[in-house]
Design a binder for this molecule. Structure first.
Ligand SMILES: [Zn+2]
Length: 350
């Protein structure tokens, strides 16, 4: 098991990470800390990992519906086999995509939506329109639950003035084809995408009343990633997540649960909490599936909240675990390399 942690813009290794490295070495886990690659470039994240990876995952948005400047809405970029696949497009996904990979902003191969809660799709109009104005010439391909076509029809209607003026009056975008969408509505479990050696499998999850809601498993070259979407415990997470290399899981941290209960009526609080996974439930899922690396998302990742979340998870799970953050990059090959964005203050791998 190899998990390596690097950090952009961090020139001095933290004592805690060194201690963890020594500890990991002593217990037989080969872990390395990659020195920082220098300050991040203005429009990108600096150097790419040196090791060739089968799959590269960039967590574009790891937040909740709460408007927080440091955490945008749910969105994850998965690159494999020369393709760029976007999963969910919450608040600011276009900004994060431009920060991470400006060169593919108008060249995404596919967009997949786990469900139609606004915090997972509110960035879609921005991505659709600006991808077009910045040169997308092919239709935007979208896979999503039933309702995705209606939603896109509404978005198209809402922005009809803009698309008419830019596309038909001023004719500045190179192609009207880039405004088109190819939408496939997912009906249940099964392979939904197979292209260039990359397979995407959709599976139903349990997001309380939000039905259907999907998780996705991505496979390429013997490596795999599972994105849970929003869900509470369901056997499908174990079925599709067994022995994946990277398991990215929705969770509601103990401190978030405490805050929700303090700020909402008891009825509202239990409904909100009942849509997601607790730390102890997540620990059980991880323990049953045994990923090479488990990463939390859809949670507030202030350092104290993250440390508390990891501590709660440790009561039932001992494997490699991180709390995700926007622009965290995870490269999956023979080793798993994790690169954090500049200024990261989250707990290191333990
Ligand atoms: Zn949701």
């Amino acid at each position: 098991m190899n998990v390596c942690i690097g950090s952009w813009g961090v020139g001095v290794l933290q004592k805690r990470r060194i201690a963890k490295l020594v500890f990991a070495f002593l217990i037989g886990i080969s872990a390395l800390i990659i020195p920082g690659a220098g300050p991040a470039a203005m429009d990108g994240l600096g150097e790419r990992p040196a090791e060739a990876a089968a799959i590269r995952v960039t967590m574009l948005g790891t937040g909740t519906p709460l408007p927080v400047a440091t955490q945008y809405g749910a969105s994850t970029l998965v690159e494999a086999g020369g393709q760029a696949l976007l999963f969910d497009c919450g608040r600011g996904c276009g900004i994060r995509l431009a920060q991470a990979r400006r060169e593919i902003f108008n060249k995404l191969d596919a967009v997949f939506l786990t469900h139609l809660h606004s915090d997972h799709v509110v960035g879609l109009p921005d991505l659709w329109l600006n991808g077009w104005t910045q040169g997308r010439r092919a239709p935007l391909s979208i896979w999503g639950p039933v309702g995705t076509k209606d939603m896109m029809t509404g978005i198209r209607s809402a922005f009809a003035f803009d698309t008419h003026m830019r596309g038909e009056v001023e004719r500045v975008p190179a192609s009207m084809t880039g405004l088109q969408t190819d939408i496939v509505e997912i009906s249940g479990d099964g392979v939904i995408f197979r292209q260039g050696g990359v397979t995407v499998t959709a599976f139903l999850v349990d997001h309380a009343a939000i039905d259907p809601a999907f998780g996705f498993r991505i496979d390429y070259d013997g490596k795999s990633v599972l994105l849970s979407g929003d869900t509470r415990p369901t056997e499908n997470l174990v079925k599709y997540g067994s022995s994946v290399d990277l398991f990215i899981l929705d969770v509601m941290s103990p401190m978030m649960i405490k805050n929700v209960r303090a700020q909402r009526t008891s009825r509202e609080a239990e409904i909100i909490i009942g849509h997601h996974m607790t730390a102890s439930q997540a620990a059980e899922i991880f323990a049953r599936t045994g990923p090479r690396l488990a990463v939390y998302t859809h949670t507030i990742n202030k350092s104290a909240v993250a440390a508390n979340l990891i501590a709660a998870t440790r009561e039932g799970y001992a494997g490699p675990l991180l709390v995700g953050e926007d622009l965290m990059e995870i490269s999956i090959g023979a080793k798993i390399l994790v690169r954090r964005p500049p200024g990261s203050a989250l707990p290191a791998l333990d």
